[in-house]
Design a protein around this ligand. Structure first.
Ligand SMILES: *Cc1c(COP(=O)(O)O)cnc(C)c1O
Length: 374
């Protein structure tokens, strides 16, 4: 029996994307990516014979000035492999309390790595070096070994805040002084580099490993990379196989990833500019609570409790306008993200819709925090 699938018209899809502020993960592959995917040279990557993947891994290593790269299915997988490769079961890792690793990776560190996560409460997603020093456990028969510091840049749950080079350096120093390994969760590290006007490699300097996502602001359909020293990446490659991530002719995905790296980075500044315009517009809406200082890249987080809304009732009330948002912190937190399908008109329309909503008054509903991360 044939299954009929309703295919939305391309124009309809495009129009919907222009008002979809839920995440930069909703970005579609570009026409150049689709072409590159069709033309990609591929091979069996478990044999190390996929030329497109080999090229992407080499390119990632080059960009971050590390010895080797590993193509992985997702940022979550990259973070997991870094943790498995840099620790022993029973070890403890330090991560900021709102970080993706501490909150949004299904407890993989504990279940698959045998690791305890020690969450440290930061400000704006940033933990201070003194906090790290105070959290590292001394040698004692009662204590787990504190082995790894995980740093998230940009910090998603804090509104895409950017850790600058001096702040990074200070954290690396304290980690080095205590023999800790360092992993950077750089899901949006290119956003950080663009915001800081620095080379991406500077944001990986001194760290053992870094993960970044191709499938967020860079618009690739699938994939992330883990970069680090050759022996670390060799270990990560074995763990990737263990968790079922040994892919075969995945060069079709790597081909899109290469375009993402070559063509996706330069335009991230536009996303940051639009996020800023959006944030400043939101700050003028009576009842919206927003910390403009937290808006440093492409993510805008704000609170609509002052409008009498919960996250869910706010999202529902916006539905007729076509504007889509997702959850933020707490019952009335909202997140909006700028990306390749959001243009200046998208921001204007969103602000108009939210302004109209605020003017019309509010209704209550149940909170929805299903998409706090991502
Ligand atoms: C999105 C994200 C990840 C990983 O996401 P995947 O959906 O697994 O690719 C990791 N860390 C942060 C900070 C993120 O925002």
């Amino acid at each position: 029996m044939a299954v009929t699938v309703e295919r939305p018209q391309r124009a309809e899809l495009e129009a919907a994307l222009r008002l979809d502020f839920r995440s930069d993960t909703i970005t579609q592959p570009t026409p150049a990516m689709r072409q590159a995917m069709a033309d990609a040279a591929v091979g069996d990557d478990v044999f190390g014979e996929d030329p497109s993947i080999n090229e992407l891994e080499a390119e990632a290593a080059r960009i971050f000035q590390k010895e080797a790269g590993l193509f992985v299915a997702s940022g979550t997988q990259g973070n997991l492999l870094a943790q498995l490769s840099l620790t022993q079961p029973g070890d403890e890792i330090i991560a900021e309390v709102g970080s993706h690793i501490a909150n949004a990776e299904v407890g993989g560190a504990a279940r698959l790595g045998g690791l305890t996560v020690r969450p440290v409460v930061g400000r704006g997603g940033k933990i201070q070096p003194e906090q790290v020093a105070a959290t590292i456990r001394p040698e004692n028969v009662h204590y787990a070994h504190t082995r790894l510091l995980a740093i998230e840049n940009t910090h998603n749950a804090s509104g895409g805040t950017v850790l600058n080079l001096a702040e990074l350096e200070a954290l690396l120093e304290v980690a080095n002084a205590h023999g800790l390994r360092v992993h950077i969760d750089g899901a949006r590290v290119f956003n950080a580099a663009v915001a800081l006007r620095c080379e991406p490699a500077q944001l990986a300097h001194g760290a053992d490993t870094l993960t970044f996502c191709l499938s967020k602001g860079l618009s690739a359909p699938v994939g992330s990379l883990l970069v680090g020293a050759q022996d670390t990446i060799d270990r990560a490659r074995r763990y990737r196989k263990m968790v079922g991530g040994g892919m075969r002719q995945a060069g079709v995905l790597a081909a899109a990833g290469l375009i993402a790296l070559r063509e996706g980075v330069d335009r991230l500044g536009d996303d940051h500019r639009r996020a800023r315009v959006l944030a400043e517009g939101l700050a003028r809406v009576p009842g919206v609570e927003i910390d403009l200082d937290s808006v440093q890249s492409n993510i805008v987080r704000f609170d609509v409790g002052g409008l009498g809304h919960t996250t869910a009732s706010f999202a529902t009330a916006l539905q007729p306008s076509g504007v889509r948002v997702t959850g933020g912190a707490g019952a009335s937190g909202v997140r909006m993200v700028a990306h390749r399908h959001i243009d200046d008109a998208s921001v204007e329309r969103a602000l108009a819709a939210i302004g109209a909503l605020a003017a019309a008054g509010a209704a209550a509903g149940a909170p929805d925090q299903r998409r706090l991360y991502g």
